[in-house]
Design a protein. Structure first.
Length: 103
């Protein structure tokens, strides 16, 4: 299992991306929440409210998810990365594998 993490500008964008990736079968679930971020961009410190998207998928879907996120994302340089999950509850992992599929 892999968690894919990214942040976007708005709740609307987060929901649109999450729904698309789940409906396309690349992720079994997309969770979103608001975050306050502090980061350096083009030489300046920025403070912004953003929306986190956490996608639950299989490791082998990462490349396709990354490509899809780059196409849909509004940021010039989006943070996109995968976090491997070493262990998980077996029934949840069975559910995840059932709902992620490649077209």
């Amino acid at each position: 299992m892999l968690l894919v993490y990214t942040t976007v500008k708005s709740q609307t964008e987060a929901k649109k991306i999450g729904k698309k990736l789940v409906s396309d079968g690349l992720a079994a679930c997309a969770s979103t929440w608001k975050a306050d971020s502090v980061y350096k961009w083009k030489g300046k410190i920025r403070e912004e409210s953003e929306w986190v998207i956490e996608l639950k998928c299989r490791d082998q879907e990462y490349g396709k998810i990354e490509m899809a996120l780059k196409k849909m994302h509004s940021y010039e340089l989006p943070a996109i990365y995968g976090i491997p999950v070493a262990v998980g509850e077996k029934d949840y992992l069975k559910w995840l594998n059932k709902h992620v599929y490649l077209k």
